[in-house]
Design a binder for this molecule. Structure first.
Ligand code: SAH
Ligand code: SF4
Length: 401
């Protein structure tokens, strides 16, 4: 198996860090320009034989066509000499992720099942609101972290998405919404959250490179203030995320005691609550205007008592965190061992946090009917893997027998 095909089996519950892998090579051997920095495009052109000054100019032009205009065909690139179009098309491509299915929820939420050239499926979700639209982007196929309440965490195979596959999701959404050329005003797609499949801080380089293209004024032109990276608490990468990506930070906290968080987010056994909150307190540029979001899934009888709410307030104060709390009603999935807290419990919890002066809105579940809500991404993506399902069935048989 080449590096490009390497899948990451899931060796344990806590911290199997995915190995970096090379981008899959296309069957036709052409290089996909999506996901490459301007310098990387220049280098690719130079490697293909353009002299350095021309490579630099062409890279700038290509970037503009790719990210500002949404072009996928060299033939339409009018400021590049016609004679050069076939030369480019022989060596390069401006691709999009393959769409397997696109679904629309009764509430307007849209979900796409996407397929990589090496046949791995991942999902992205667009959540339209009155005054904004949020694209929820995946960073990995599956997730190695096995949080007990999360459907994605039950996927058995994982691979990192490339920078091109991550930025490709945003470009595909722009295609679907008809939002080319990139312009700052009047967009439907206004915000990005790295809250789809995967743990973004376990795919740091690709996520950083993709977000740099998304945030570049000559790239997709989205402000860092409109991008949020959610992590389950990969403490050693939080400072780097602040320095090298600089987007808003969201932390999947979900519990306030070691015992409960160890169960819900097994990574807590490696990086505990205190370490995590200390890393948040040191997050660059966090202040009252740019708060850190703490996500808290409401699980009936597990983490939703008044005492939990008071402890949450105490912790956020102890670390002097500029914080807001997002209360997420648990989204069910087949076989989940949890139920959502009743609405009056969620309200009581929210009130305690709110009365301590910390904003604690309850997130409205979106797209549940198409399994597009937080933590529900998985099922469609696994349907393809008949061989894998057979293997799981065989494992089960063996365990029983
Ligand atoms: N891996 C990252 C980002 C993706 S998950 C992380 O864990 O932060 C996005 C959010 O959905 C996380 O806060 C996650 O804990 C939450 N989530 C997962 N499963 C859920 C479920 N079934 N119901 C509600 N929220 C869930
Ligand atoms: Fe992975 Fe996040 Fe799901 Fe945990 S909640 S399994 S880190 S995607």
């Amino acid at each position: 198996m080449s590096d490009a095909d390497a899948l990451m089996p899931i060796p344990g519950a806590i911290d199997p860090v995915p190995v970096p892998r090379a981008a899959p090579v296309r069957e036709d051997a052409r290089v996909d320009l999506v996901g490459l920095s301007r310098d990387a495009v220049r280098e690719a052109l130079a490697a293909a034989g353009l002299e350095p000054r021309q490579a630099k100019l062409r890279a700038k032009q290509l970037w503009h066509w790719i990210y500002n205009r949404g072009a996928t065909d060299f033939a339409g690139m009018t400021d590049i000499a016609k004679a050069q179009h076939p030369w480019l098309a022989e060596r390069f491509v401006v691709a999009r992720p393959e769409v397997v299915t696109a679904q629309v929820s009764t509430d307007g939420t849209r979900k796409w099942l996407l397929r990589s050239p090496d046949s791995h499926d991942y999902e992205m979700v667009f959540i339209p609101d009155a005054d904004r639209g949020t694209l929820c982007v995946s960073s990995q196929v599956g997730c190695t972290l096995n949080c007990s309440f999360c459907h994605t965490g039950t996927m058995r195979l994982v691979r990192n998405l490339t920078a091109g596959e991550i930025v490709g999701q945003v470009m595909l959404a722009r295609d679907a919404l008809g939002e080319w050329p990139s312009q700052p005003e009047g967009r439907m797609l206004t915000n990005i959250v790295l809250m789809g499949m995967g743990e973004p801080l376990y795919n740091f380089d690709a996520v950083r490179d993709a977000m740099r293209i998304v945030m570049d004024g000559d790239g997709l032109g989205l402000s860092r203030r409109r991008i949020t990276l959610s992590t389950s608490g990969v403490v050693p990468m939080i400072a780097r995320a602040g320095e090298e990506i600089g987007v808003n930070l969201a932390i999947s906290l979900h519990a306030v005691t070691k015992e409960v968080r160890d169960e819900l987010v097994p990574l807590n056994r490696k990086y505990g609550i205190d370490e995590l909150l200390a890393a948040c307190a040191a997050y660059p540029r966090a202040n009252n205007a740019r708060r850190i979001t703490f996500e808290y899934v409401m699980l009936d009888g597990v983490n939703d008592s008044d005492a939990d709410a008071r402890e949450l307030v105490r912790l956020l104060r102890a670390y002097k965190l500029p914080a807001k709390v997002n209360l997420i009603p648990f989204n069910p999935w087949p076989g989940a061992a949890y139920a959502c807290s009743p609405p009056d419990r969620v309200r009581a919890f929210s009130n305690i946090v709110f009365e301590a002066g910390i904003s604690a809105p309850v997130r409205q579940p979106r797209g549940r009917d198409i399994m597009a809500a937080c933590g529900q991404l998985k099922s469609a993506a696994e349907k393809k893997s008949r061989a894998e399902l057979d293997r799981i069935a065989a494992d089960k048989q063996a365990a029983l027998g």
